[in-house]
Design a protein around this ligand. Structure first.
Ligand code: DON
Length: 583
């Protein structure tokens, strides 16, 4: 990366080969001041002095705040929130899935924990092709073959042991209680059970027994959902540590379920699973430092790549929601997603050209190809097909503690309730993350993403992800902690959180609530939420964009830290029952 301006290095940080970029690509003179929510603002973040938790579920947020109040640090709270969400938000919260944690200590050390699922040893390149050689999404989404070896328990255990202060059993206790005593079903869960349960959960005895009542209906709002088997599994992990999941009784349940129904995850896959600590992707944007998730997520690389491109344009002058700002952002996104399809995969298997993709010089060459007035058709960048299917589940949460340690976690089962299959009597829903591999090069997955060889199925490989837990720092201090679900839309959703805050001077609630848009190169479509002016959309059409108004995108859960240390939380109005709270 080409770094301009002063590069200052601080004492201990030098030991960790950690650099602080000051004054590099400083904000343009016309950049609005950063906003922290003043009376005259339209939307207001939640404020707290010491610590803040933002998550998609109020019960889980409260678990996190309790841990912080007990003296736990941000990692402790994040792990407890993660386990709680496995109970309160089974749409995406999980033990049977995987994800990523990005963590930045108060002293500025940043690290990433990769607990993404891995393909089982018996997985093979063409396992999702039918007899005609076509990709069969039923196999990769709703069959026993859909699951990769889960990483969540290993990831949380690693995080807690290395960076937390409380024992794992303490962090599991709230989740055990919620599973054993039951939760009062909220709107979000009732609606999602009614809508998505009938596609997956209802087809499997173990799952139906948990989420459906004797009358054959899924649990409704206000009813108490008890998850006894899940409570027992959580309890086993509290007593025996992660080995209970990877080698003990839970491993038996998962391997038994798979063996009985043609799945591939065996005991050896579980025993061999490891969460991996990785160096975050980092970049700079108008004087801020941006840290995000490295491969096997594509998120960090492409957020930095797009920001690098955007640095060549004066977005502040264009203005939020202007056709010109949306045009250059959409065009930058096309180039990034085209590169994603070609170069990104599990770094343990393929060489990902991270330096090149995130270099300022490369971004400049792409910026030069962008015409503010005329869209370049995606077909001129690369060919592809349309995605037929829409899904929106995964979950992100952010935590900041009293000392300023910050944690951003995005984890998932992939689509709503994952494969819908509960493993034996474990009470644990299994993921369908194998769909994130490219079943067949050039054929879009559930998010319409196309991929190539770099993301083909291979034993023990991690499927490429878009999940992008992200932390932005200013003058060494953590400033913004954010992330979102949304499949392929995660990258652009997080990008807009950064741009809205920096270029458009929005406070964190305004940045969250502002309407979003998204281009992923293929399909050649500029997807926009409701809320942009029809005039703007017409101007974009005139530039050659294929604009389509579609359902809301993402569910960001973000925290911003003000200059006086105030924590500002913002949960996404696109979700119901989410909550930012602090103390
Ligand atoms: O890892 C990924 O990119 C996807 N499995 C994330 C899925 C997701 O965000 C679904 N929700 N919208």
């Amino acid at each position: 990366m080409r770094i301009q301006g002063n590069v200052r290095q601080f004492g201990w940080a030098l030991l960790m080969s950690f650099t602080v970029v000051q004054g590099a690509h400083a904000a343009p003179a016309n950049a609005p001041p950063v906003s922290y929510g003043v009376d005259s603002d339209t939307f207001h973040p939640v404020k707290a002095k010491h610590g803040m938790v933002a998550s998609v579920d109020a019960m889980a947020t409260e678990v996190g705040v309790d841990i912080l109040k007990q003296g736990g640090n941000a990692v402790d709270a994040a792990v407890a929130v993660g386990f709680a969400l496995a109970v309160t938000h089974p749409q995406a919260g999980n033990l049977g899935g995987g994800g990523f944690m990005l963590l930045r200590t108060a002293s500025g050390r940043t690290t990433a924990i990769d607990f993404r699922e891995m393909a089982p040893a018996r997985a093979s390149r063409d396992m999702f092709l039918d007899k005609q050689g076509n990709a069969d999404s039923k196999l990769s989404l709703t069959s026993h073959l859909a699951s990769g070896t889960p990483g969540t328990v290993a990831g949380f255990a690693l995080a807690a042991q290395k960076y937390g202060t409380l024992p794992l059993s303490t962090l599991l206790a709230p989740a055990i209680k919620l599973a054993r005593d039951g939760i009062v079903v909220n709107d979000a869960l009732a609606d999602d059970l009614a809508t998505y349960g009938k596609e997956t959960l209802i087809n499997h005895d173990n799952s139906r027994a948990i989420f459906y009542k004797a009358d054959g209906k899924p649990y409704q709002k206000g009813e108490r959902l008890v998850q006894k088997n899940l409570a027992r599994s959580l309890q086993l992990i509290a007593q025996q540590g992660p080995d209970a999941f990877y080698k003990g009784k839970i491993a038996d349940e998962i391997a038994g379920e798979m063996a009985q129904h043609g799945g591939l995850i065996g005991k050896q896959d579980l025993a061999a699973y490891r969460a991996v600590e990785r160096k975050p992707v980092s970049g700079t944007y108008r004087g801020y430092e941006v840290f995000s998730m490295p491969p096997p997520s594509s998120g960090g690389i492409h957020i930095v790549q797009i920001l690098n491109i955007l640095e060549n344009f004066d977005l502040t002058k264009f203005g939020f929601g202007s056709a010109d700002a949306m045009q250059v952002m959409a065009e930058a996104e096309k180039y990034a997603y085209a590169d994603r399809s070609e170069y990104l995969g599990d770094p343990d298997f393929v060489k990902v050209p991270q330096q090149a993709l995130t270099s300022k010089a490369y971004a400049k060459t792409l910026a030069q190809q962008i015409d503010v007035n005329k869209a370049r058709p995606s077909s001129e960048i690369k060919p592809g097909k349309l995605a037929p299917y829409e899904s929106n589940q995964t979950t992100h949460f952010s935590v900041v503690d009293k000392d300023g340690n910050a944690v951003a976690v995005t984890y998932t089962l992939n689509t709503y309730f994952g494969s819908g299959i509960v493993a034996g009597q474990s009470g644990i829903l299994m993921n369908n993350e194998m769909d994130d591999f490219s079943a067949k090069p050039g054929t879009p997955n559930v998010y319409g993403l196309v991929g190539g060889e770099a993301n083909a199925v291979q034993p023990a490989k991690r499927p490429l992800s878009s999940m992008s837990p992200t932390i932005v720092a200013k003058d060494v201090k953590t400033w913004l902690v954010t992330g979102s679900p949304g499949g392929s839309r995660i990258i652009t959703t997080v990008l807009q959180m950064v741009v809205n805050s920096i270029d458009f001077g929005m406070n964190v609630a305004e940045a969250t609530n502002a309407p979003r848009f998204h281009h992923q190169w293929l399909p050649d479509q500029l997807r926009v939420e409701k809320g942009f002016s029809p005039d703007t959309l017409r101007l974009l059409e005139a530039k050659g964009q294929h604009v389509k108004v579609m359902p809301a995108m993402g569910s960001t859960q973000s925290i911003m830290i003000g200059p006086d240390g105030t924590r500002y939380g913002a949960s996404d109005p696109r979700s119901v029952d989410d909550l930012s709270a602090g103390y």
